[in-house]
Design a protein. Structure first.
Length: 253
């Protein structure tokens, strides 16, 4: 039986001279591992190899007993090339795809997360989101927080995880601890050796993420560093795209 869905490709592996194994993130299907037979042929039904971050309507026959699903159709939405036209944008969206792959399970749907991800990609392609480092970092941080929430790993950002004291900008020192999964105040920080000191601004915007668009560039870089450190801790290994995302903020891309 064929299943229809909308999906974004989050990983590709060459399977043979002519085929690819894809990891797709479907709106209603969740993560699907599928073979696209003949996709590397110029004249296949897929019109050439499928690239990571391409998205559109798919048709597939689901997997049984641990086997791969079979992709039969992928009608890719037209793209203007804005994602691939800017290296930092490409790196950040590839990082988002890597995180979706690592933090969601096969056939476990997350429609809200899918909509966020597609919205991120479409806004870039349609020119609604400027591909400046700052605009991309804002959207990436918001996406990462939605992803953590959807994965059941929501960090505690409004108060000290340990003593429950609500965050105030006049705390003086505010820390983020990966093991505590959130903010820690100066009275509690000694119990969490992995903590990192946050600037007051970073703590403020993490607590009130709706205001994150007002953060300055330095604070956005700091927030991303904290999120990467936290995500790396959760996953227990180095993240492939992280070093490209948290590189020097002076790097012109
Ligand atoms: Zn505390």
């Amino acid at each position: 039986m064929l299943t229809k869905d909308r999906a974004v490709c989050i990983r590709t592996v060459d399977y043979s001279e002519t085929s690819q194994i894809l990891t797709l993130f479907g709106r209603l299907s969740g993560k699907i591992r599928a073979i696209a037979k003949g996709s590397k042929r110029a004249k296949s039904a897929f019109e050439g190899p499928i690239e990571v971050l391409s998205f559109g309507q798919i048709m597939y026959s689901p997997a049984y007993e641990g086997k791969l699903a079979t992709l039969t159709e992928f009608q890719q939405a037209p793209v203007r090339g804005a994602i691939r036209g800017n290296l930092f944008t490409l790196h950040c969206t590839l990082f988002a795809a890597e995180l979706v792959d690592l933090l969601t399970d096969d056939y476990d749907p997350h429609p809200d997360l899918f909509d966020q991800f597609i919205g991120f990609l479409q806004d870039i392609e349609e020119g609604k989101l400027e591909t400046t480092r700052r605009d991309i970092l804002i959207r990436l941080a918001l996406f990462q927080l939605v992803l953590l929430y959807e994965a059941g790993l929501r960090p505690i950002l409004g108060s000290c995880v340990n003593c429950k004291r609500p965050f105030r900008p006049d705390w003086g020192e505010t820390y983020f601890s990966h093991t505590a999964n959130g903010l820690v105040c100066r009275d509690c920080e000694m119990s969490f050796p992995d903590k990192v000191l946050l600037s007051t601004k970073a703590a403020k915007y993490l607590t009130d993420v709706k205001q994150i668009a007002n953060a300055d560039d330095k604070t956005l870089d700091e927030i991303e560093r904290v999120l990467i450190r936290h995500l790396t801790g959760i996953l227990g290994h180095r993240l492939k795209m992280a070093e490209y995302v948290q590189g020097s903020s002076n790097a012109k891309v």
